[in-house]
Design a protein around this ligand. Structure first.
Ligand code: ADP
Length: 266
């Protein structure tokens, strides 16, 4: 059973939608909306790939037909893609329930910042990466480490980089990933030259299921879970996530990891 956490963003008055993430108290009536969203998610996001998988497997099982190897390969690749999609969705769903029950535990370690960023960049699917230029700008010293859960940091970065490519109509899609330090935090920002987000939407994009443009995101296969999970992961790190965006110009998401406290250090 889910409880809805509503994430809200504090807006900087003078600037276009710059904000720090805060967490609101759960509202009872919002649970109904959440339930409806889950039902609609299940019907859209599960039913379609399962129906396609069923159709492909039934085709391949028709022993009376001698299928061309290329055709078989194509069907199997489609099945594989659909299964990955469902798997991804289930993992996201489990993460959301962990965040909601306060059980999103992270296992931080001292990790190499450049390694985790490079690994994340390499993990972006080729189909997405092929029409974008990903650049890593490193403003810290060689071998710089910070204290975080490596897998979870990768998950956040992959989510942010994927969004940076997907919500971008430009012919020259550019994603700048920048590593830096700022007032007791390690910061990693993911900046794009994409469609941007207007101020009224900016307040809500970290909310569970929130999507700015349903038609466009349906096309790109979004669910509105990604940023809520990113926010939950950053909260579990006692860090924060911030967004700066201007419609038509692009967006920049910045994640902050607090430096390890003195007493924790050996
Ligand atoms: P999803 O991408 O699955 O829809 P997310 O939680 O990752 O869900 O994002 C929520 C919404 O925020 C997206 O649907 C999109 O409208 C908007 N958004 C996220 N990242 C960007 C970005 N880099 N540029 C423009 N819009 C974005």
């Amino acid at each position: 059973y889910y409880l809805l956490h509503n994430f809200s963003v504090l807006l900087d008055e003078e600037k276009m939608g710059e904000g720090l993430l805060l967490r609101d108290i759960t509202k009872e009536e919002e649970i109904d909306t959440l339930k409806n969203n889950l039902i609609s998610l299940a019907s859209h996001e599960f039913k379609t790939p399962i129906t396609t998988i069923k159709g492909s497997v039934e085709t391949l099982l028709r022993s009376e037909v001698e299928w061309e190897p290329e055709f078989k390969q194509e069907l199997l690749e489609g099945v594989h893609e659909d299964i990955e999609r469902i798997q991804h969705l289930i993992n996201d769903w489990l993460d959301i329930s962990k965040i909601d029950s306060g059980a999103m535990n992270v296992e931080p370690n001292t990790i190499r910042a450049d390694h985790v960023i490079e690994l994340s960049m390499e993990s972006i699917p080729k189909t997405l990466k092929h029409d974008a230029i990903l650049e890593f700008n490193n403003y810290v010293e060689e071998g710089f480490t910070f204290y975080a859960d490596k897998m979870r940091v990768q998950q956040v970065l992959i989510n942010l980089i994927t969004n940076a490519i997907r919500y971008n109509d430009s012919n020259r899609k550019k994603v700048d990933i920048t590593l830096d330090k700022e007032n007791g935090y390690t910061t990693i920002s993911v900046a794009d030259n994409g469609i941007g987000i207007s101020k009224d939407h900016l307040e809500k994009i970290f909310n569970l299921f929130y999507q700015v443009d349903l038609t466009a995101t349906r096309r790109t296969g979004g669910t509105g879970l990604g940023l809520a999970i990113c926010a939950g992961i950053m909260e579990a790190h006692e860090g924060r996530i911030k967004v700066v965006s201007e419609p038509g110009m692009g967006s920049k998401f910045i994640i902050y990891f607090p430096d390890r406290k003195g007493e924790d250090l050996i």
